[in-house]
Write a protein that binds this ligand. Sequence first.
Ligand SMILES: *Cc1c(COP(=O)(O)O)cnc(C)c1O
Length: 383
Amino acid sequence: MLAQQHAGTVLTIDLGAICANYRLLRSRCSSAQCAAVVKANAYGLGIEQVAPALSAEGCRTFFVATIDEGLALRAVLERAHGGENPRNSPNQTTVFVLSGVMTGAEETMLHHRLTPVLNGLNEVDAWAAMAKGKGTEITAALHVDTGMSRLGLPDDELDELSRDWSRLQGIHLAYVMSHLACADEPGHEMNRAQLEAFRLARQRLPSAPASFANSAGIFLGSDYHMVLTRPGISLYGGSPSLENANPMAQVIKLQGKVLQVREIDRGRSVGYGATYRADRRTRVATVAVGYADGYLRSLSHSGGGYIGDVRVPLVGRVSMDLVTFDVSDLPETEVRPGSMIELIGAHNPIDVVAAEAGTISYEILTGLGSRYHRTYVSATGPA
Ligand SMILES: *Cc1c(COP(=O)(O)O)cnc(C)c1O
């Protein structure tokens, strides 16, 4: 409680909402299994708290971006279960590392049961050599590029591999996977084109279960589900579609504490650059949050907060530790030092704040700062 009292801004993370979102996504996955993407510290929300919650919900497959994230996740899962409940045992859990095998890290990955997503022939060869050295089969996923041109086997490497499957010798292919570029635009022609490219690629590879859909891909329909889906953002409340209403439960609430309230005359400026000038007598509330907290500077002049149901527009520029709101529309008694302004929450969902900042919800979440007082709740009960 004390920590909350001297914190300027409070970030509340609803683990119940994350679990409800997992259940909703799983219910939309036809017969496919639903993994959880928990890279970047579970999209900024805390791997330590999020992974055990999802594991308790029945999630047995996780994706992280890097080997270090994988090591952290393994430690979290082992601590959470202490080997007590065999059904939840960390041994039953697969952790995939999206960035693949790095030279020199093969032993560490094997030792900690981190399964690489092989992104190129060089990685296929490295992992096969590892298997040969160990004299045993070792598991991996194989990523083929169908349109992102970022990671995954490019066409020429797929050609090469399709002519010589022996390069996969010793590798147990858990999944062949690919990644959608435009899934959040359901009508985009890329979706069908990538689906077809993935089908053709799989025909040229040894038969293996397929994984294709991210959050948005799940909502493109059962053609995209295959054997394993890989949602990230929608677990954390982000909309899976740019075109449709968001079916996900909001997970985070960010409340900023008012430090001071002042009344300024018409014509008086607010903040750096004096870019805002009051066009009437205005009451300005200064709140203890700024771009150093990931409250993006691009929200200057476009963002807003809420007090109850009343929107209070952000005025002036966001500075490093402070931001200013026009609270003239509220009675004086309602906005005082110590009052809280909702910066992100039910009135101001992450996708709306992201749009106001000219970015996407992913960047808002992964940028959430370290100065917030973080509280974890389970406010959203079982669905
Ligand atoms: C990040 C990532 C995901 C999760 O995507 P969301 O849009 O957050 O659901 C799935 N697959 C891959 C390969 C990724 O890099």
